[in-house]
Design a protein around this ligand. Sequence first.
Ligand SMILES: CCCCCCCCCCCCCCCC(=O)SCCNC(=O)CCNC(=O)[C@H](O)C(C)(C)COP(=O)(O)OP(=O)(O)OC[C@H]1O[C@@H](n2cnc3c(N)ncnc32)[C@H](O)[C@@H]1OP(=O)(O)O
Ligand SMILES: Cc1cc2nc3c(=O)[nH]c(=O)nc-3n(C[C@H](O)[C@H](O)[C@H](O)COP(=O)(O)OP(=O)(O)OC[C@H]3O[C@@H](n4cnc5c(N)ncnc54)[C@H](O)[C@@H]3O)c2cc1C
Length: 661
Amino acid sequence: MNQSIKPGDNPDLTEERLSGTFDTNSMAAVIYGSDKLAQRRREISEAVSRIPELQDSKPCPFMTREEKILEGSRKSAILNRLLPGLIDLDSFEETVFIHQEVIGIEGHPLALHESLFIPPIATQGTDEQQKKWLGRAQRREIIGCYAQTELGHGSNLRALETTATFDISSQEFILNSPTITSLKWWPGALGKSANWSIVIANLIVHDKNHGPHPFMVQLRDEKSHEPLPGITVGDIGPKMAFNGADNGFLGFENYRIPRENMLMRHSKVTPDGGYIRPPHAKIGYSGMVRVRSRMAAEQGLFLAHALTIAVRYSAIRRQGYLEDRSREVKVLDYQTQQHRLFPSIARAYAFIFCGFETIRLYDQLLIDVQNGNTSGMADLHALTSGLKSVVTHQTGEGIEQARMACGGHGYSMASYISEIYGVAIGGCTYEGENMVMLLQLARYLVKSIEMIQNGKSKNLGPMVAYLAANESEIDLNLGPNEYLKVFQYAARSQAWRATEKFQKLRNSGMSKEQAWNQASVELTRASRLHTRLYIMSTFINHVGSVVDQKIKKVLIDLLNVHITYEVMDIGIYVQGLLSSDQMDLIRNQLYVSLETIRPNAVSLVDSFQISDMQLRSVLGRRDGNVYENLFKWAKSCPLNDKDVLESVTKYLKPMMDKSKL
Ligand SMILES: CCCCCCCCCCCCCCCC(=O)SCCNC(=O)CCNC(=O)[C@H](O)C(C)(C)COP(=O)(O)OP(=O)(O)OC[C@H]1O[C@@H](n2cnc3c(N)ncnc32)[C@H](O)[C@@H]1OP(=O)(O)O
Ligand SMILES: Cc1cc2nc3c(=O)[nH]c(=O)nc-3n(C[C@H](O)[C@H](O)[C@H](O)COP(=O)(O)OP(=O)(O)OC[C@H]3O[C@@H](n4cnc5c(N)ncnc54)[C@H](O)[C@@H]3O)c2cc1C
């Protein structure tokens, strides 16, 4: 049963919910990993909805940037007081969720505090450093951010210019931004809110540059909040979206911090200027791997937001006719609309399933690394580099399709889809620009193929073992595992094609760097296919593990949408494997699977259980009563406070009065 049905709802939406074949609470439990987690989300939403001071003071699209930051800060402060009674304070998921629910997706002063400031202290700080700062940060006595990117450098960490030079005589590091391009640029919450930051700077000891390292740096006075002497800091201005966050700039001029402020769990500088290397050269990058490992689930949820809006709206929007000329049809009945939306529903589920898997893998890696075992770092770096790139790109595409699926009203901020889009596509850039991260994964794929070429296939990890197989024929009786083989074929042949191109260029005498550059489009294609294969196989495994038969049935239907759509989408890569008859068969299976999933479309998006408060969309309202609320929303727009605006009295009226044309 669909748990969203309530009296007074739009009957078209109720009809859809009654046609669903499964229990949406049970599906939510599968989506969020357990009945308890799904239940906690519902309880938190419910509790928040009963607290008047946590409600939006007005719709976000009617707020200026200053109002958004003020509103985010107001709610953050109230939440900090109320959190102990509302959530499990030890749960990162619940903390993120409640902020999302109460403040929304446009960012807020603490947006980076939990995800990029606290984790490096907890994982890269020594026990004493944790004792000194972790409690203060968790109680929010200080607000932090993560300052790595510079005005002139982001993707290439090795070119960062900020320096932290060790001064033995005073036992301090001296921070400097030697050039305009070395100004830190972009860190969220840095602009106006944070008073502390993790700063990534080149560690220089005895004139030797040891590369980027993390430092705990106080930026502002804890009483006055004024920037401390030697610090230049401010906001970088409005962005495409995410304007509730104050992304900032930061410069240092001979700014001194104690030696104990370098995070020293892994790399160390001793009082006499000795440098102790970390157990793995890239361990300082692990904060980024953590965020990337969470991005698939986050992005899947952004896509889920847009689809909840578009699918619900498509069920109440009537336009045009099919057979019955007496009543217009729901636009959701058009095959084109289904083709536009249903494969994205499948992707949202797939991304969330993958996302919870990579979060689990990261948590395991963290335990391993704390125990001195860094052997899993390269695998997870490669996997999360590809995943963040593919998922953010496809999420952006899916959200834009959802907007177009809502016609004209999709373009209105009342739909809220443009904000969701703007926030989500930030992910194509932050935590590593997508092309750059695809090329990181490509390094791993090329190395794997070189292992096969050197007769060491048995050393390949399970994720790349398929690169050594030799599939040349596929049974026409296509089930999920045959689709997987088709995808393996595509990913394998592209990985070999790209590697061989790189090797050929090398053998022609080209430098490694030039050959890599000349092969890079092919290499990124290989990375995308590898990642899409991983997403598909995780989806198949996840559905296989579901116990509830009604849920399993609909997830198999959704999986059929996914596998047929994905294989059609990569048709060009499987021409050598599949005949045109087989391609036709798959195409027809896709159309059948769209029809099969149609009665469950609304229930599938309802199962994400995104509350109206969190969705902030007039079009996506749970009750489907869109038109009267669109009219209310438009009337409440500040432009309608007066009938005659100054723009008219001051300019247009005099122009019309004087016009001689
Ligand atoms: C609905 C729910 C919403 C929830 C709510 C969300 C709201 C939404 C919030 C928005 C929040 C935004 C938050 C943004 C926060 C930032 O954006 S912070 C800044 C992030 N910046 C980046 O990601 C920079 C990207 N660049 C890099 O990471 C590095 O420069 C690169 C690309 C990895 C290259 O590093 P490099 O040191 O030059 O290394 P390179 O020579 O390429 O490689 C050397 C070896 O190291 C290996 N390696 C590199 N990195 C690693 C690693 N991490 N681990 C292991 N090995 C590694 C390589 O694989 C390579 O191995 P081999 O092939 O040699 O075996
Ligand atoms: C919303 C948002 C929030 C952010 N928050 C933070 C934060 O909190 N803290 C922080 O430190 N930073 C933050 N950032 C910065 C972000 O991490 C960087 O912008 C990102 O890492 C990309 O780096 P870049 O801007 O230097 O891009 P560039 O590297 O300049 O990219 C420009 C183009 O060059 C290409 N390119 C670059 N290098 C290569 C290469 N080696 N091979 C092929 N192509 C290449 C890219 O693919 C891209 O097409 C944020 C950014 C955004 C948008």
